[in-house]
Design a binder for this molecule. Structure first.
Ligand SMILES: [Zn+2]
Length: 90
């Protein structure tokens, strides 16, 4: 694992922690920073990161708190507080 990958992983943990503690703005900062590092190093973000972050507003998503998760036609539909929806097959 490279240093950049480790930083991204750490930032994901920090974002999750901040979001769970209700510190959404700080969580967004971690999410944005992780995205920037991935971009700069041309790394793919971990699947868990992609699933639990909003593409539109960079929120770290906590189902039941700032995100709604529904099953629909073989997809998981995650709706962020900002209204953005992401769909993943399962
Ligand atoms: Zn959002």
């Amino acid at each position: 694992m490279t240093v950049a990958e480790e930083r991204i992983e750490r930032l994901e943990e920090l974002a999750a922690e901040a979001a769970r503690e209700g510190n959404e703005e700080r969580a967004k900062d971690y999410v944005r920073l992780a995205r920037r590092i991935a971009e700069r190093h041309r790394l793919r973000l971990p699947r868990s990161f992609v699933r639990f972050t909003c593409d539109a507003c960079d929120r770290y998503l906590v189902p039941g708190k700032n995100a709604r998760v529904r099953l629909q036609d073989g997809h998981v539909v995650v709706t962020c507080e900002c209204g953005h929806q992401a769909r993943y097959p399962y």
